[in-house]
Design a binder for this molecule. Sequence first.
Ligand SMILES: [Fe+2]
Length: 189
Amino acid sequence: MTTLYQAQSKHVVSDFGTIQTFLAQRGVAFARWNASVDFEPDADETTILDVYQHELQPFMASNGFQSADVITIHPKTENVAALNAKFLKEHTHSEDEVRFFVAGQGDFWFHLEEPTDEVFGVTCTAGDFLSVPAGVKHWFDMGPADDETSPNVKVIRIFTSKDGWTPHYTQSGLEQTVAKPLLTAGATV
Ligand SMILES: [Fe+2]
């Protein structure tokens, strides 16, 4: 389930519209695309991109994006530990980071310093489309690599230029201090 977790207040929100409004107020575009297609675990990039052309093409054309690819991470991904370490540290990019979740899930964490210092995480699931603005501090937690099912995420990445995705690490270590949310249905509002 798509869920928002506010680290300071420990407030948990699972209503999509409320999450969307919360993020929009902070400059983060968030939407839901139709993700009803179940792909085979080893579905190739072209197959996946073709299915979502009807969403991708107009978005990319009207927003100046040049290319898209697919990244798939599962427990047997060869360099899963290195990828996890790379994504998990707080960083920024010089361009927007645009992602569409095709399958699986992962947590996008944000650290905004203006107007008030706040940290919040969004558990993104299949169908979630999210754009992290350039310069916004964030990190991505794909979940623990401790069993046969996690991590599990398949995401379309949309680029203006791949150079823009280069991470600029803040070295804050903040990602190590934020407790993992306890996202249970009983805690939602
Ligand atoms: Fe990033």
